[in-house]
Design a protein around this ligand. Structure first.
Ligand SMILES: [Zn+2]
Ligand SMILES: [Zn+2]
Length: 270
């Protein structure tokens, strides 16, 4: 079966990298974060392109089987982070560069089967693989994750962010979609509902913004005390959700200070 909705609103890696560079110039307070994220995106693009251009090979949807092809690209990601990461990531990269194939495989399979936003290297590494899976139509078959409308219908991953977008010229307020933290595809989601616990009562759902980021809001739930950030493309059409979400890091600090837990930390750990 071909996965049709995977082509919906997905920026090229170059568009993501350019947006990160542009926002690094715009927001001084998060410049370092964004420059780091831009380098990470370059490394992810490299992995994606090598997978995609590999002759006579398509991913099977079974990571265990694909590992022989996929894992050889890990050292490149590690060396890139060794040059640009924070002290703790640099240290972890050095350790992983000495790890055996078995250890790398175990780390990747564990993340694939039970994803954790704390597992930086595995999450960052698997995004380009999973994106290519979604685009080539090989549905993951060894990933038995939570079902339900708040999980990606393609790969089962949890949402990284939400975004509002006018899908029809006549729509006034915009549709809401969630973007998958694993394969980066998106799917439609109801507008006024918590993306973590499904709370629907408006009195339990809060939206918070700061003047610096007019197109980004914290969507918080007082029932489960979780939040996700929403990017409003009806306000700023040239925003790139994955990158603008990272750029609005001060909103994460605000939400966390107010006792909310993020549904899924992004790749800069916020
Ligand atoms: Zn997914
Ligand atoms: Zn909730």
């Amino acid at each position: 079966m071909v996965w049709e909705s995977s082509s919906k609103r997905k920026e090229s890696w170059d568009a993501l990298i350019q947006r990160a560079d542009r926002l690094a110039e715009k927001y001084d307070s998060v410049k370092e974060l964004l420059l780091f994220y831009a380098k990470l995106l370059c490394a992810q693009k490299e992995i994606y392109e090598r997978l995609r251009s590999r002759k006579g090979w398509l991913p099977s949807g079974l990571l265990e089987e694909d590992l022989t092809v996929v894992r050889v690209m890990m050292p490149e990601l590690l060396r890139s982070i060794e040059k640009s990461g924070t002290a703790s990531l640099v240290e972890e990269a050095k350790l992983l560069l000495q790890a055996s194939d078995d250890e790398i495989d175990r780390m990747l399979l564990e993340q694939w089967r039970a994803p954790s936003d704390a597992s930086f290297f595995a999450k960052a590494f698997l995004q380009p693989y999973a994106r290519w899976l979604a685009e080539s139509g090989a549905r993951p078959i060894d990933r038995d994750l939570g079902e339900g409308e708040n999980h990606c219908p393609f790969c089962g991953g949890p949402p990284q962010l939400s975004f509002l977008l006018n899908k029809e010229a006549t729509a006034e307020s915009g549709n809401r979609d969630l973007l998958c933290s694993t394969c980066l595809t998106s799917w439609p989601f109801r507008r006024v509902v918590c993306a973590n616990c499904g709370e629907e009562r408006p009195s339990k759902l809060g939206y918070f913004q700061s003047p610096e980021y007019e197109h980004v809001r914290v969507e918080a739930c007082d029932t489960c005390r979780h939040y996700i950030k929403g990017i409003d493309l009806t306000r700023l059409g040239l925003a790139v959700p994955l990158v603008d979400e990272v750029a609005a890091a001060p909103l994460d600090l605000w939400a966390q200070e107010h006792g909310y837990t993020k549904i899924e930390l992004n790749l800069v750990g916020l």
